[in-house]
Design a protein around this ligand. Sequence first.
Ligand code: ATP
Ligand code: MG
Length: 561
Amino acid sequence: MSEEVQVKEEKIPRNFITDIIDEDLQSGKVQEIATRFPPEPNGYLHIGHAKSICLNFGLARDYHGTCNLRFDDTNPVKEDMEYIQSIERDVQWLGFKWSGPVRHSSDYFDLLFNYALELIDQGLAYVDELSPDEIREYRGTLKEPGRESPYRNRSIEENRELFLKMRDGGFEEGKACLRAKIDMASPFICMRDPVIYRVRYATHALTGDKWCIYPMYDFTHCISDAIEGITHSICTLEFQDNRRLYDWVLDHISIKARPHQYEMSRLNLEYSITSKRKLNLLVDKGLVDGWDDPRLTTISGLRRRGYTPESIREFCRRIGVTKQENTVEMSALESCVRDDLNANAKRAMAVLHPLRLVIDNYGEEGVDATSFTVPYHNDKPELGTREVSFSKELYIDEADFREEANKQYKRLKLGFEVRLRHSYIIKATSCEKDENGKVICVHAEAVPNSAGRDVEGHKPKGVIHYVDANNCYRTKVHLYGRLFKVPNPGSCEDFLSTVDPDSCTVIENAALEASLKNAKSLEHFQFEREGYFCVDSKSYVEGQPQFNLTVPLREAKKANV
Ligand code: ATP
Ligand code: MG
């Protein structure tokens, strides 16, 4: 990370949560803040999680508190080691360190079981033998109150005995569950005797076959927060109602610590999916090249696309933290990476659609350079220089030559001059065509001694880039557009049909300046006049890098360019 970026990196901008924390510290309600990031290991992290990570870890950093990483692993059937490893890697890559060991809700299964017994012993939980369908039906609706289960008024002794029977494998799945006894007429449906334990015969990644009953999220989360001494437990707005249950559980068990839940709006980003379930579908159906497909806004996809941790953190700062639901434009994310790479990425020349250019007077006096020493970044001498090779035969981009064009066209046309970037002024004199009339070679004359300097009587209208046809690196370049044809794919019933099959264009044989052969995995470059690119990590072989488009130099005018 460069010094400038570090300096630019400020604290989390003030928001309603920092207001609450300031008050809590001032009033002495808390001495030191403790937050946590609690992913469920059922998929890879996405840009929405980045918002939560930057907030939770950022608050801990700014207030000299702590932030735990806790896997919310209460659902044994969906979880996977691959996801656990990817989540740890992504949090670290974003630049954060969790305090102490990685934690798991499953670390607390024994404690949670005992707290469930505490509820039973107070007559505040009961074993229900209604089927899951019946429980749903009895729950009522927003307009109708729920009905009480016929099993609701069992004795404490009977409930204790049945709960132990549940633990010991005495019930099949769906035949019994433990419910909190709260209020079937509550206006908050989550308070209508929520299920807090269910039977599941599944092997858990960490606890193996020790348990055949598993605690539910609402029961687990608040107690895990209390066990870890979390002070500010931040979640998204969908959990607003559940805050009542969060508090109810903690009010009725013997634990002393008192965390509080605060809700913020989720990040919704245009042209992107932020639901692990839907991301999983895209991966499973083979519509993308894995969870790290560069068109996905997963953290691993963004990394492979060429986003930097600094640019993602900056994005999270810019979007802020509020309770207002809104959708952020993709261009907001793109401009963060563009700003970062503009300041920090090395420059290089790459010809994506090569067209031969012959300098007919090459070798004459003043037109005989074999290379030029060029800085990687004009404003960053510390990035060093490279040798850009030059010879009689070059490649320029097909789009940079026309036989005829009007004054707006500032590139090469017959009879007119342009400057080759970092090199000579040239004038196009003629061109050769194939049998279809397609231009396949351009001939030009270079102005002697014009490399890197003005020459009287010559006023080139534009600058174009080139590579040496006799000394360049040929490779694959992937140009990415938006994965979805519509800005809000998540709201479409069949979101899979909104995938744009043309969202990735592969250039098989681009011509890059020779120095790029040595680029390292994930190294960033600005290909001058084209955009920001990085070395693809998945296909990386030393000496044979392929490149991915991160973003074009400027914001596209059309939606899907
Ligand atoms: P998903 O629908 O992708 O599974 P989730 O909320 O179920 O999302 P978790 O792994 O449970 O995923 O989330 C971990 C943390 O990240 C939670 O605290 C959650 O609130 C937060 N989070 C998830 N998605 C977003 C989002 N789009 N914006 C902000 N925070 C999010
Ligand atoms: Mg979840």
